[in-house]
Design a protein around this ligand. Structure first.
Ligand code: AMP
Length: 281
């Protein structure tokens, strides 16, 4: 596996790959890799000739300085995992490579309807940072496909909409959520949970989504489903930011049982914020 740290090296690599007619699959990450990330690498390797994984803990998408500081970083382990997965390139840029000017502009896409709700509402400025870094990375990479997890459902919806407005021929491949055996969606943040939070409480997020889905299938009123889910989580000790059933395309609240619907949840266990989602219809 080649480790590339500068834009000059990356450009040269991409130029050679193009000359040889190789397709590029791109997997953007913030590191602290787990099997969820591995599934994206595997999806890329199954479809593209070359797989590039980036690890960049993007400072502009953290709305709280302490969250950025505490974000897990496991660089040696990440590099080994990527090697075992036979990733072709690990792109490991410094912030100065990604943002050469101190005030990097936020590209102006028409995404407000998608970006102002759910995570956007509770983490002000978060999606500005995501859009900024993804615009930069996607423009640099000019990949054939970018592989993103449905774990971050809203993020992939925003990037899909952004790609439609961008002048790159990159297709977004949404990849399924990889879970632990007890149902907890894998996340780099899970390693910050205490043993009790991890084993006794965190799996309740997925359980609550499953039980809400059952109620949805029985056509229970949506506000009742929402209330029951929030009460169950709060009673167990979560602090819930939101539990919402939204139209899977517009991310606006679902209004009937016939539309394509996703339930999305964000909740805190102590200092750790967890998100998850589940397809309802
Ligand atoms: P992150 O490193 O958290 O920024 O995530 C990088 C990519 O991995 C994003 O596209 C995430 O949606 C995806 N990802 C993270 N966790 C999972 C998971 N449990 N299953 C599938 N994809 C995931």
């Amino acid at each position: 596996m080649q480790i590339i740290e500068t834009l000059d090296e990356l450009e040269l690599y991409l130029d050679c790959a193009k000359t040889l007619g190789k397709s590029i699959g791109f997997v953007p990450t913030m590191g602290a890799l787990h099997r969820g990330h591995a599934s994206l690498i595997e999806a890329s390797k199954a479809q593209d000739d070359l797989t590039i994984c980036s690890i960049f803990v993007n400072p502009t998408q953290f709305n709280e300085a302490s969250d950025l500081e505490k974000y897990p970083r496991t660089p040696e382990r990440d590099a080994l995992m990527l090697q075992i997965l036979r990733t072709d390139v690990l792109f490991l840029p410094e912030a100065s490579e990604i943002y050469p000017e101190s005030e990097a502009p936020i590209p102006d896409f028409r995404l407000t309807q998608l970006a102002n709700v759910l995570e956007g509402h509770y983490r002000p400025g978060h999606f500005d940072g995501v859009i900024q870094v993804m615009y930069r990375l996607l423009t640099l990479m000019q990949a054939d496909r970018v592989y993103m997890g449905l774990k971050d459902f809203q993020q992939q919806a925003i990037i899909a909409a952004m790609l439609e407005q961008m002048e790159v021929n990159t297709a977004l491949v949404p990849c399924p959520i990889i879970r632990e055996v007890d149902g907890l969606a894998m996340s780099s943040r899970n390693m910050r949970l205490t043993k009790d939070q991890r084993t006794k409480l965190a799996p309740m997020l997925h359980e609550t989504l499953l039980s809400a889905k059952k109620q949805w299938d029985n056509r229970k009123a949506m506000d009742e489903i929402q209330k029951a889910a929030i009460s169950k989580l709060e009673a167990a000790g979560f602090k819930v930011d939101y539990f919402e059933m939204v139209n899977a395309k517009t991310l606006q609240p679902a209004s009937n049982f016939n539309e394509s619907t996703r339930a999305c949840v964000a909740a805190w266990l102590g200092e750790v914020r967890l998100i998850d989602n589940f397809e309802f219809a």
